[in-house]
Design a protein around this ligand. Structure first.
Ligand code: FES
Length: 150
């Protein structure tokens, strides 16, 4: 039976022999959704973070064959009407990115956090925002999450 799931509310089908392909590759190579980035490839850095059924997940290790019926949201799906998501707006207002490479994953992690906990404490931010930023933008990430939570 073919594997079907949705990406940003569009149905997609996994082709024959593609079941073992990690979701990140499927998004980037098959669907040309290149906002999610490859960093470490071992599930540690979070550059590849997307939402699966509303939960932030690292997509670099997850085979698409396991996604039957899932709803995937990527950074490209955060602002379907063209108006920035409040977290994206907070990221701009707080000038969060430096090189920018990890930021799509950071934003997806932050959106997932705020959808579950709308006024997170410092501890909850620390516990949930485990993505790595080599430029060290952590202080601005925290400020942007605080702004988006207002
Ligand atoms: Fe997936 Fe680093 S690329 S966690």
């Amino acid at each position: 039976m073919a594997i079907h799931f949705s990406v940003n509310q569009q149905e997609v089908e996994v082709g024959p022999g593609e079941e073992e392909m990690p979701l990140l590759w499927f998004l980037r190579e098959k669907l040309r959704l290149t906002g999610s980035k490859f960093g470490c490839g071992i599930g540690q850095c979070g550059a590849c973070t997307v939402h699966i059924n509303g939960t932030a997940v690292r997509s670099c290790l997850l085979p698409v064959g396991q996604l039957q019926g899932s709803q995937i949201r990527t950074i490209e799906g955060l602002a379907p009407t063209g108006q920035l998501h409040p977290v994206q707006q907070a990221w701009l207002d707080q000038d969060v990115p430096q090189c920018g490479y990890c930021q799509a994953g950071q934003i997806m992690a932050a959106v997932s956090l705020l959808e579950r906990i709308n006024q997170p404490t410092d501890q909850q931010i620390s516990d949930n925002m485990t993505n790595i930023c080599r430029c060290g933008t952590y202080t601005r990430i925290r400020k942007a999450i605080r702004q988006a939570a207002e």
